[in-house]
Design a protein around this ligand. Structure first.
Ligand SMILES: C[S@@+](CC[C@H](N)C(=O)[O-])C[C@H]1O[C@@H](n2cnc3c(N)ncnc32)[C@H](O)[C@@H]1O
Length: 234
């Protein structure tokens, strides 16, 4: 670890990340709980996990608290979030972190294992357009062992319900905005637009694409008005 990082309270950085994410997703812990319930249900309580686009390692953190015999590989591209992740889990030999760009076809080459019981991801794959996401699902289909699981909790839009979507989006944005930040936050949404230019496929698209990638079954196991948790079994 770099000298400047000596004595850093990584746990408090980790908690600060969680607080910031909960501002966007008040039900974040609920989706993690369901995700780990389904890990336990399908592959048991000592799984080898790939925490995909792990950020600071929030999934890995909950995994190891609940299942001390689990192991985890975290993959991400962001050096700052990975620094918090590495600092938080320093000295824990159950955890490994790998820097990789999930849009790079060779992203999995640096992983320490060629096969996982569970590949888990949250609030991340909406950064990818559906083309690269389809390619990523193809690779994940090869990494999950037979009988293993993939789960993705993320924003997913059913384009067949445009009025419901518009009402939900307006309500969500309003409820996120503190009055003092109302105007700059509205401006931020205007500047950045939607993730992946609005190429945000439906839960059905995710399930169908995962089946085409070699998974035997796939469906939502949790949903909110804006997000779903898709589970696929190989
Ligand atoms: C909102 S954060 C979620 C992090 C974590 N899964 C969580 O639930 O706290 C999205 C993460 O996706 C990562 N990410 C986005 N695009 C990526 C890419 N192409 N390759 C690797 N990681 C990526 C970001 O660096 C970030 O850590």
């Amino acid at each position: 670890m770099a000298e400047a990082a000596q004595g850093t309270d990584w746990r408090s950085w980790q908690e600060s990340w969680d607080r910031q994410q909960e501002w966007y997703m008040p039900d974040r812990e609920e989706r993690f709980r369901v995700m780990l319930d389904m890990v336990e249900a399908v592959v048991g309580s000592a799984p080898r996990v790939l925490d995909l686009a792990c950020g600071t390692g929030s999934i890995t953190d909950r995994l190891l608290r609940r299942f001390p015999d689990a192991t985890s590989t975290g993959v991400d591209l962001d050096p700052a979030l990975l620094a918090i992740a590495r600092g938080t889990f320093e000295g824990d030999d159950r955890v490994t972190f790998v820097t990789a760009d999930l849009k790079d076809p060779a992203w999995a080459e640096g992983l320490p294992h060629s096969s996982y019981d569970a590949v888990l991801t949250a609030t991340a794959l909406h950064w990818l357009h559906s083309g690269p996401l389809t390619a990523l699902y193809g690779r994940i289909g090869q990494l999950v062992r037979e009988g293993g699981v993939f789960m993705n909790a993320d924003h997913m839009i059913d384009t067949g319900t445009p009025r419901i979507n518009a009402a939900e989006r307006a309500h969500r944005h309003l409820s996120l905005i503190h009055m003092a930040l109302a105007e700059p936050t509205a401006e931020r949404f205007r500047i950045y637009g939607e993730h992946a230019d609005g190429d945000t496929p439906s839960p059905q698209w995710h399930a169908d694409t995962l089946r085409a990638a070699g998974f035997a079954e796939a469906r939502a196991v949790w949903s909110s008005p804006s997000d779903s948790l898709i589970l696929a079994v190989r």
